[in-house]
Design a protein around this ligand. Structure first.
Ligand code: 5AD
Length: 344
């Protein structure tokens, strides 16, 4: 089934329960056929909440008055080793956008590669082509950089930055042979269903390896604190439609969606097209300060306890938890990596 934009728009607006459930069933079948029955577990380390950007939705925006932290490189490496001990096959290194680590990332990546078998995902924002290249050659295989919304005016209004620049970064990352993840926020103030349909069309056109799709959650201390949260059912529809449109992309049950739905409802998300989930392994003292939005489900549970819970939920959904690296199923990154290696 090749969805057209009008099809996508229609599905986004249906409110008849039978039709919604039918959409989720189709997405579930496509997930089974194109990515199988494993749910990949990824560990995330939120290593710094220092950010130069001032995105109106985000709790760690520059002007938020919160305590800031920056983990030391050896602390980050030890934390990654701990993630491997817990059984994870992939570690995501995420931080606010800052330049403090620009000349440290490659060493951190190499140290993790030398001491573990982990696949490494970077999620550290907009950098130069040269920096992306350096980190890729150091061994980082994947990069997450959400485009947040494909509506360029809204993107600019909410982030103070340019969507063109963000898309240029995504193009560089693809060219450098990263497995690239983008994604959006559902229910941003001022966002329309047509904007969401455009996001989904874009996911298909760009053929991203990964897609992070989560609802907007208002955060106190930000300009959008009094706006309503994104609707979880609408978010599930965007996930389902993105699964149908992209077939084999890795799509997580995002922390934001699990926060809005309750972390005991993750099994539902795994039956609407999602096939990945991230566990937080950030040391507790820092985890509390990485408050992008309030109520984040990961804050209180210890990593071991959370892992046991989520594995049960994955089995409840009839699926299998996997600690394998779970690389992208798409071919572009392999081709582009070969090109990079023969050059570099
Ligand atoms: N609600 C939902 N998602 C948010 N993000 C940042 N702030 C919020 C919020 N208030 C998401 C962005 C970013 C990711 C790390 O967190 O999509 O890419």
């Amino acid at each position: 089934m090749e969805l057209t934009k009008p099809d996508i728009l229609r599905y986004l607006s249906v409110d008849n329960e039978d039709e919604i459930l039918e959409l989720f069933r189709i997405a579930d079948r496509i997930r089974e056929k194109f990515v199988g029955n494993k749910v990949y577990l990824r560990a995330i380390i939120e290593f710094s909440n220092i950010c130069r950007n001032d995105c109106r939705y985000c709790g760690i925006r520059r002007s938020a008055r919160i305590r800031r932290y920056a983990m030391k490189p050896d602390e980050i490496v030890r934390c990654a080793q701990y993630a491997e001990d817990l059984g994870y096959g992939t570690v995501v290194l995420q931080s606010g956008e800052n330049s403090l680590y620009d000349d440290k990332i490659a060493d951190i990546v190499r140290a993790i590669k030398e001491t573990t078998n982990l696949a490494i995902v970077l999620s550290i924002g907009e950098k130069s082509y040269e920096q992306y290249r350096e980190y890729r050659l150091a061994g980082a295989e994947r990069y997450l950089l959400k485009h947040e919304t494909s509506n360029s005016e809204l993107f600019h209004e909410l982030t103070g930055r340019s969507l063109d620049r963000r898309l240029q970064c995504l193009r560089w990352l693809i060219e450098l042979g990263y497995q690239v993840g983008s994604g959006n926020i559902v229910g941003l103030p001022g966002q329309t269903l047509e904007d969401l349909a455009n996001d989904i069309v874009m996911f298909r056109e760009w053929d991203f390896d990964m897609l992070g799709i989560g609802p907007f959650i208002p955060c106190y201390g930000t300009p959008l604190e009094n706006n309503p949260a994104g609707d979880p059912v609408l978010t599930l529809k965007v996930i389902a439609l993105s699964r149908i449109a992209t077939k084999n992309a890795h799509i997580p049950a995002t922390t934001a969606l699990r926060t809005v739905m309750g972390d005991d409802k993750s099994h539902v998300i795994f039956r609407c097209g999602a096939n990945v989930v991230m566990g937080n392994v950030t040391p507790l003292e820092y985890r509390k300060l990485y408050r992008i939005y309030p109520g984040k489900v990961c804050i209180f549970k210890e990593p071991e306890e959370w892992l046991n819970d989520i594995k049960e939920q994955i089995k409840d959904a009839g699926l299998r938890p996997s600690g394998e690296a779970g690389h992208s199923l798409k071919k572009t990154w392999i081709k582009n990596s070969m090109k990079l290696l023969s050059l570099g």
